[in-house]
Design a protein around this ligand. Structure first.
Ligand SMILES: Cc1cc2nc3c(=O)[nH]c(=O)nc-3n(C[C@H](O)[C@H](O)[C@H](O)COP(=O)(O)OP(=O)(O)OC[C@H]3O[C@@H](n4cnc5c(N)ncnc54)[C@H](O)[C@@H]3O)c2cc1C
Length: 110
């Protein structure tokens, strides 16, 4: 499932938050996690992250702490996009394609 990243933010402590459009068929419960792949970082790697948005929200969010190579690269990618937006004084973030798949999503969407 390819999801569009609507907004990204970098917080102190090297935490990157991603807010993505939630497809209406995508159901989840508190405490579930999803796997994220970002082809611009690696075409093959999937990494698990807890879903931080509430099941009733109309968006999906994850908060990603920078630890190793993949999370560092992802943070740098979005950091660059955020900087470009700030410098060009545009209100919206450049879109970067991010693919996510949710654990147990097939059972929940039937
Ligand atoms: C079910 C589940 C849910 C998760 N939810 C979240 C979440 O909500 N948010 C979140 O931020 N993470 C979460 N994680 C962890 C997250 O998936 C990993 O942090 C991420 O995949 C690491 O990828 P990486 O390639 O950047 O790091 P890797 O290179 O795989 O590094 C991983 C390990 O190596 C250590 N390490 C790597 N480089 C260094 C270094 N230079 N110095 C010291 N230690 C180092 C890290 O401490 C870490 O333990 C979750 C993991 C699981 C299993």
């Amino acid at each position: 499932m390819v999801l569009c990243v609507m907004q990204a933010a970098i917080y102190p402590g090297n935490v990157l938050s991603l807010y993505m459009k939630k497809p209406s068929s995508f159901k989840y419960k508190s405490g579930m996690y999803l796997f994220v792949k970002c082809p611009d970082v690696s075409p093959f790697e999937w990494h698990p992250f807890s879903i931080t948005s509430a099941p009733g929200d109309d968006y999906l969010s994850v908060h990603i702490r920078t630890l190793g190579d993949w999370t560092t690269e992802l943070r740098n990618l979005f950091g660059k996009a955020c900087e470009e937006e700030v410098n060009s004084k545009k209100a919206t973030l450049s879109r970067l394609e991010t693919t996510v798949i949710a654990e147990g999503a097939e059972e929940n969407t039937k």
